[in-house]
Ligand binder design. Structure first.
Ligand code: ZN
Length: 484
């Protein structure tokens, strides 16, 4: 199965390799091999952007989107490649990350926006990401990356046929976890310092943000989801490097005052959604709930899950089988079944009309045979369900040879699909960050207790989120983030 996955990635990335030549690096001025042309970079960015936005959704907050765009455009203008058409977006993802795509596309997650404590930290990371574009790291690393990363669920069964449904999502997910080498990271840190200093921010705060990130990683939150730290390999003593670079860079502007803008930043993120947003569906005790579309179903024990605006995926722990819930395409069950077969180039094995908890459904079994290698053939069970006029499908995929062993797990999930009426599951609200002034001076611990945060895990989470230590003393009136 693994080979197949790599084959598809190879095919997909082959086009990236074809246009390499010797070109000048805009940052170093040196001739370098293996750049793709600027045209190709721009085309790649343009092509990836809709997939990324579809995978994660944009975070719905006009003032924050305006903020990242304004700051981004300002910094892009003073960068080494000011002529590119840059786009800066905040994605609706709780993952703490930021990444850049060739051609001028920069994405920050709402998760990373929640963890900045001032504009200077944000500006440092912004400069770092713009640096990946101007130094053309993405162009060099992109292809390698696509070979190494296949989305959130590592080892998910992928085949050329079901790819049509997955390709976009996989591209998007792979990009969120884009990984550069240490040299590229060092250079981007340097450019982050340079660019943010030039637009007037104190880049030393960028070093402080690395501390926040490493504290998160040490955490017990068991980050199964990669974050900025894991996708940005530590280029050595990053913290001290940035401090030294800052000193050097700031010395170039002896008369300049460098901005931090803590309060402005915090006021801007007041109300920011924190952690998973349940409105797009959530998992609780091995059940998936969709509070907006109002349905639910059971998830096999121990399976890993990943949710996105376009699909909910479940993967068997060893990656030998997967299931996904998506919207079916068609006006009727029959049409949706035909579309599923034809779009994925499948051979129908059996099809059965029935119902799932009172909802009309078609259960079909189909094969995708691999003529070259029979062991790579896959079998799919798909339940297409007419849920009050909305056609949904839950399908399970496994190698044809192991399919029988997963059939019951697939069926159990599909047949558990049902209406959601439990108001306690429907009326779930996301956590939000609220910005509050400290009423009475004291240590962060005592201040947090004043806001009703008494558990040690809660205190620790707030300390990291605020970029503070629990023993730090706060004066009255200081703004802090409280999770509500
Ligand atoms: Zn980086």
């Amino acid at each position: 199965m693994k080979n197949l996955k790599y084959l598809f990635l190879l095919l997909w990335t082959a086009s990236l390799f074809s246009l390499s030549g010797c070109r000048t690096n805009p940052v170093t001025g040196k001739k370098e091999l293996n750049f793709m042309s600027e045209q190709k970079e721009i085309a790649l960015g343009k092509e990836s952007d809709p997939a990324i936005v579809a995978s994660y959704g944009l975070y719905q907050d006009e003032k924050m989107q305006k903020f990242i765009d304004e700051k981004g455009q300002e910094m892009a203008r003073i960068s080494h490649r000011p002529h590119l058409n840059y786009e800066f977006k905040i994605l609706d993802s709780p993952v703490v990350n930021a990444f850049a795509v060739p051609g001028g596309y920069v994405y920050f997650t709402r998760g990373i926006m929640a963890h900045f404590n001032n504009e200077a930290e944000f500006a440092g990371v912004l400069g770092h990401e713009i640096g990946h574009i101007t130094a053309r790291h993405s162009a060099k690393q992109y292809s390698k990356q696509m070979l190494g990363q296949v989305g959130l669920i590592a080892g998910v069964v992928l085949s050329p046929g079901v790819r049509s449904n997955f390709q976009q999502i996989q591209q998007g997910m792979g990009l969120l976890f884009l990984k550069f080498g240490r040299d590229a990271e060092s250079q981007s840190d340097m450019l982050g310092v340079e660019y943010s200093t030039e637009v007037g921010y104190d880049s030393e705060y960028m070093a402080g943000f690395f501390k926040t990130l490493s504290r998160m990683r040490e955490g017990t939150e068991s980050e199964s989801i990669p974050t900025f730290m894991s996708t940005h390999p530590d280029p050595g003593d990053r913290f001290n490097n940035v401090k030294q670079l800052t000193e050097k860079e700031q010395a170039k502007y002896p008369a300049k005052q460098f901005a931090v803008e803590r309060d402005d930043y915090l006021r801007m993120i007041d109300g920011l959604v924190y952690g998973e947003d349940p409105k797009g569906g959530y998992v609780e005790n091995n059940r998936f709930y969709h509070p907006v579309m109002k349905f639910q179903f059971a998830i096999p024990n121990g399976w890993r899950t990943a949710n996105s605006p376009t699909q909910f995926q479940m993967a068997e722990p060893n990656g030998k089988a997967m299931m996904a819930l998506t919207l079916a395409q068609g006006a009727t069950l029959e049409e949706a079944a035909q579309n599923f077969i034809s779009q994925n180039k499948l051979t129908l094995v059996s099809s059965e009309n029935g119902n799932v908890n009172g909802y009309q459904a078609i259960a079909l079994v189909a094969d995708q045979t691999n003529a070259q290698d029979a062991s790579q053939s896959i079998r799919i069970l798909n339940y297409i369900i007419n849920y009050d006029g909305m056609l949904l499908q839950i399908y399970g995929v496994a190698q044809a040879s192991t399919f029988a062993g997963f059939r019951n797990s697939f069926k159990a999930t599909m047949q558990s699909f049902d209406k959601l009426t439990d108001l306690s599951k429907i009326n779930v609200k996301p956590k939000r960050i609220r910005i509050k002034p400290v009423n009475r001076a004291g240590t962060l611990t005592s201040v947090l207790q004043g806001f009703g945060i008494n558990t040690s895990a809660g205190k620790r989470e707030h300390a990291i989120l605020n970029g503070m230590e629990l023993t730090d003393r706060l004066t009255s009136g200081t703004l802090i983030k409280i999770i509500e």
